[in-house]
Ligand binder design. Structure first.
Ligand code: ADP
Length: 452
């Protein structure tokens, strides 16, 4: 349309100029012709100039594109002088490049599909609206098959994991861009357990576009773990009966010590102590096993002062001949956690504080303070203490410091290991600091919860 208009415009101008020339120079015919020809030539030149303007623009762009071409292709273009040839060449080149790009994209797609399929875990990539954009065969077989999860040509994550804790974990990652981890969860009605790791997916501008979920099957490990716990529980249970019986006979004999040979009461006391130690060891092993294997916490807010009062009362019964004071330097404190397990933590710490003290009068101070999003509770004693090199090792299973006290102190080396595991389950931790002979401080860190 524009071209037709331009031509019409030039024809009108040419007619007008011929008319004006004939009017202005009526006498000389040759002069008129020459003038008309000159005007027409100028018009044609101007027309041509405007007609080739887009072409010049295209050539300039080809020139710029050429700069970015690989060397071998650049040469091909340079030696073609004809502009139309150059344009055609460039079009062919672009077409070939598009083809190559499409092929390379398809190859990459095949390769990434293969990688996904050969990963030994179920993998899914979802977009922001929880549509499953890509998943591997393992994911399809385990979670999608047999479910009516397809809606408007897309597999919906919320249909795949209906009423499962997986969905909120994906939602959290999609909302915050943070990783989510779920350990040993049972999915659906199957008897299978998975560790689920959910990571955010970003585009090349760093914008969150979806999430990647990796499902690692831990059923076998769970079963082995269960077998281990059951085994320890059974052994502990089975051992308790003969131990109680040995202890009972030893006590029976000790009751008749007057009619026994002189060394026997001592031997009986040793039997008694050792059976008690064995009982303690199996009890602790059982506790550790159960804590390690279970993921459930019965968390609630409880009064810390009450808890310490109960622990003190129990320990008064245990250390009847010991002179000690347990001082709580905090007034009101509500702690969030599994009360039974945290009772175990503070019982073990206060018990150790009294056990590893040769002092005539032992003092155990308990103090709590809030630090950011954490609650720090320290248990300080004036006992035998230990060197700084032992501070980390004492949390290892069965680790006991040798020759620490003047009198041998009985124990299994499992108490602090139990403490550490319980706190880890609560998302907390424990630190020990001490100077040999100067007492020690154990600081428990727990995540702080806002009371409703
Ligand atoms: P156990 O007391 O049964 O030996 P624990 O795991 O409770 O086992 O403690 C490990 C070791 O750490 C103890 O054997 C002891 O050497 C040291 N320990 C723990 N608490 C204290 C404490 N309050 N003061 C000095 N040493 C301690």
């Amino acid at each position: 349309m524009r071209a037709v208009r331009a031509r019409l415009f030039f024809i009108v101008i040419a007619c007008l100029s011929t008319y004006i020339v004939f009017k202005v120079y009526p006498e000389s015919f040759m002069g008129k012709e020459a003038m008309v020809l000159a005007i027409l030539s100028v018009m044609v030149l101007v027309h041509c100039f405007y007609r080739i303007a887009p072409m010049r623009h295209i050539l300039a762009r080809i020139e710029a594109l050429q700069e970015r071409l690989p060397h071998e292709r650049k040469l091909d273009l340079i030696y073609r002088k004809d502009e139309f040839h150059l344009v055609e060449e460039m079009l062919t080149l672009t077409e070939n490049q598009l083809k190559e790009q499409r092929e390379s994209f398809e190859n990459q797609q095949i390769q990434s599909d293969m990688v996904l399929d050969y990963i030994p875990n179920a993998v899914v990539i979802v977009d922001k609206f929880k549509n499953c954009k890509r998943f591997n065969r393992r994911f399809e077989k385990k979670f999608v098959q047999g479910k009516n999860a397809l809606l408007v040509d897309q597999v919906k994550l919320w249909k795949v994991f209906e009423n499962s804790e997986i969905l909120p974990a994906f939602e959290k990652t999609l909302a915050t861009g943070e990783r989510s981890l779920l350990a040993g969860i049972r999915i659906g009605e199957t008897n299978e357990y998975f560790d689920v790791s959910i990571a955010p997916v970003q585009d090349n501008k760093g914008q969150l576009t979806g999430a990647l979920g990796i499902f690692h099957n831990v059923t076998q490990a769970k079963l082995t773990e269960k077998m281990r716990v059951d085994f320890v529980a059974n052994v502990s249970h089975e051992i308790r009966t003969p131990l109680t019986s040995i202890k009972g006979y030893a006590q029976l004999l000790a009751a008749h010590k007057d009619s026994l040979p002189a060394q026997l009461p001592q031997v009986l006391e040793k039997i008694n102590n050792n059976t008690e130690r064995l009982k303690d060891l199996f009890d602790n092993l059982l506790k550790l096993s159960v804590i390690e294997s279970s993921n459930e916490l019965k968390s609630e807010f409880f009064d810390f002062k009450d808890l310490i009062a109960q622990i003190s009362a129990r320990l008064r019964g245990k250390y009847l001949n010991k002179n000690f004071e347990i001082k709580l330097e905090t007034d009101e404190l509500k702690v969030w956690g599994d009360k039974k397990l945290l009772d175990q933590v503070f019982s073990n710490l206060v018990d150790n504080a009294l056990k590893y003290s040769d002092k005539e009068s032992s003092l155990v101070s308990i103090r709590a303070r809030e630090l950011g999003q954490e609650l720090h509770i320290s248990v300080r004693d004036n006992g035998s203490g230990f060197s700084s090199t032992e501070a980390d090792r004492i949390f290892e299973r069965f680790y006991r410091i040798q020759g620490q006290s003047a009198h041998p102190v009985e124990g299994s080396g499992l108490g602090l290991s139990i403490v550490k595991h319980i706190l880890a389950k609560h998302g907390g931790s424990i630190k020990a600091s001490s100077e040999k002979g100067e007492g020690s401080t154990f600081t428990v860190c727990l995540p702080k919860m806002a009371e409703c």
